[in-house]
Design a protein around this ligand. Structure first.
Ligand code: URA
Length: 233
C-alpha cells in the first residue's frame, strides 16, 4: 500500500505537489472512481490520470552532470568520440538539454522529459546561463562593457550580458559571464569579438541551479524543488 501522490510521483507523473494538484482537480481515478487527496494505492489497482493508465507512463528523470572536457554533448558521435551518455547510467533514454562544446566543461542537464527540454532551450524563454572563462590577456573595462552591451557575432549583435572580472594578471583574465541566448559557441565568439581567446570555459549555473561541489564526470538527480523550479522558469 502506498500513498497515491507518491505512487504517481514515482512513476514520473510529476512532483508530489503537482500530483496533489492533479488529485484535487479530479483527473486521477483508482479503479474507475475519482480519487481524493490522501488515498492509497494497493497492488493490482488500476490508476489513471486523464484516463491514461499510469502503469504505461514512463518515469521522468532529471539529471545534472558535470561534463568534463573531451566529451561531446550528443547521444552518438560519428567520429567515435566519447559522449556525455557514457557518463550517465540511467535505465531510460535521456538526452542533453542544450549543448556544451567538446572542450567546455560544466553543468549539463539531461532528461527524458521532452517538454521541459524544449522549454529550456527555446530562445523565447531566455534562461540565464553562467560561465567561468579564463581568457588570454587582460580584459579592459571598456571591453568588459562592450561585452555587456552586445558585440557583433555572426552578423548580429548579442543581447545584453553580465560580465564580472574575478581575477586578472598580465597574461590572463578570469571572468564570470552570464548570457541568456544560446548561440553556437557564443561565449568564445563574444570574447573573439573583443580580440580575446577563451582558454578555458566552464558552465557553472543554469538559472539559479548551480553546479556546486559536483566533481567532473559525476552526476546527480535533481531534487523535486529543482525540477519544479526549472518547469516554472
Ligand atoms: N559558449 C561557448 O562558446 N561554448 C560553450 O560550450 C558554451 C557557450
Amino acid at each position: 500500500m502506498v500513498r497515491l501522490n507518491k505512487y504517481l510521483a514515482d512513476r514520473g507523473v510529476g512532483s508530489r505537489r503537482e500530483c496533489d494538484r492533479l488529485i484535487a482537480d479530479g483527473v486521477v481515478k483508482i479503479n474507475g472512481k475519482t480519487a481524493t487527496t490522501g488515498m492509497s494505492v494497493n497492488e493490482g489497482d488500476h490508476v489513471t490520470v486523464n484516463n491514461k493508465r499510469v502503469a504505461d507512463m514512463q518515469k521522468k528523470y532529471y539529471v545534472m552532470l558535470h561534463k568534463p572536457k573531451g566529451y561531446v554533448t550528443t547521444v552518438k558521435d560519428d567520429l567515435g568520440r566519447k559522449t556525455v551518455m557514457d557518463l550517465v547510467t540511467v535505465d531510460a533514454r535521456l538526452y542533453p538539454v542544450g549543448r556544451l562544446d567538446y572542450d567546455t566543461e560544466g553543468l549539463l542537464i539531461l532528461t527524458n522529459d521532452g517538454e521541459l527540454a524544449n522549454r529550456l532551450t527555446h530562445p523565447r524563454n531566455e534562461v540565464n546561463k553562467t560561465y567561468v572563462a579564463r581568457i588570454s590577456g587582460m580584459l579592459s573595462e571598456q571591453e568588459r562593457k562592450q561585452l555587456e552591451n552586445g558585440v557583433l557575432i555572426d552578423g548580429s549583435k548579442t543581447a545584453p550580458a553580465r560580465v564580472k572580472i574575478l581575477k586578472k594578471d598580465q597574461h590572463h583574465t578570469r571572468c564570470e559571464i552570464t548570457i541568456h541566448e544560446g548561440r553556437n559557441r557564443q561565449v568564445k565568439k563574444m570574447f573573439e569579438a573583443v580580440g580575446k581567446e577563451v582558454e578555458f570555459l566552464k558552465r557553472v549555473a543554469v538559472g539559479d541551479l548551480r553546479l556546486g561541489g559536483l566533481k567532473r564526470g559525476e552526476y546527480r538527480f535533481l531534487k523535486d524543488n529543482e525540477v519544479e523550479y526549472l518547469k516554472n522558469l
